[in-house]
Write a protein that binds this ligand. Sequence first.
Ligand SMILES: NC(=O)c1ccc[n+]([C@@H]2O[C@H](COP(=O)([O-])OP(=O)(O)OC[C@H]3O[C@@H](n4cnc5c(N)ncnc54)[C@H](OP(=O)(O)O)[C@@H]3O)[C@@H](O)[C@H]2O)c1
Length: 324
Amino acid sequence: MTDQAAAAGKSKKKDLVCVTGATGFVASWLIKCLLADGYTVRGTVRDPGNEQKTGHLWALPGAKERLELVKADLLTAGSYDEAVSGCDGVFHTATAVVLIESDPQSEMIDPAVFGTLNVLRSCKKSRSVKRVVMTSSSAAVRFNSIFPSAAIPLDETVWSSIWYAVAKTLAEKEAWQFASDHQLDLIVVLPSFVVGPSLPADNSKTVNDVLHLLKGDGSLIGMLGRMGYVHIDDVARAHLLVYQEPSARGRYLCSATELEPEQLCRLVAARYPHLPIPTRLENVPPVPYYTLNSSKLEKLGLKFKPVETMFDDCIAWFRNKHML
Ligand SMILES: NC(=O)c1ccc[n+]([C@@H]2O[C@H](COP(=O)([O-])OP(=O)(O)OC[C@H]3O[C@@H](n4cnc5c(N)ncnc54)[C@H](OP(=O)(O)O)[C@@H]3O)[C@@H](O)[C@H]2O)c1
């Protein structure tokens, strides 16, 4: 980070910032980092009274003094007006991450696209918000095709299941258009598959994908094909860095490494020989070789933790929580 950015960062530490989707895997860790750095945080949740979903946030150091949770829903127009009012910055992480969608439009695309514009409109209205950091996904730069391998014959009963990538791509495109039309300072972080300790009491989809792998079922990780991986702490730090750096602009890919699923399995299995991690996977789709260039974030000072640390931290956490 430059001296100027470091100075700007320090002055931002008293900022009031809003985090949408506060109960989520990524948002919870981000809130932990924001509170640790001295920020005052207003998190949005759909049900502030739900102890099961919010308890871990109230247990964070600094939460009692500097955390507030307010109700907001991506699908309700104007729902974020109050939440972002008076905030200096907004971190928009909320989105619907659905395992098997029955109606992709209402379950994934609407929360992503309408929801993002809903949040951005409130930011614009607020007049206080100076920068918005949105969490997109590496799926919005890379066609993330979760399709059966050539070994499985396709017939008319099969549908392409790319809705998550479509939702993230459309939401980000709309966000850039809105930011350009309304002169809103928008930065977008595009993490690859996030691995690490999970603060919420209930595991979200990707956390469960990793847990299943560690318990012997590699089908979910295998289905993704070649994939980028990044530590949860690096994802949160990336959001903070781009918020604090005055010269930050545009999109920031956030991925430490990219691996074939069997490569990942062999690496973790060799490190944890007592876990039943499969080293041969079936039905891995032939995703073309690619790499994700995260050098923009590295230039801001982010040093990515290696995949070994992601899994060491994640496994230690699962064991501590008696999930493994
Ligand atoms: N996890 C990954 O590997 C990964 C990788 C790349 C990008 N990302 C991106 O990171 C962000 C967070 O993902 P995550 O893994 O942390 O997901 P998550 O744990 O499922 O959290 C998603 C959050 O969105 C909220 N949400 C869902 N529908 C909503 C609605 N209609 N209105 C308001 N809030 C709603 C949920 O709140 P409730 O508590 O109210 O349900 C939840 O807190 C997403 O934008 C995702 O696309 C994640």
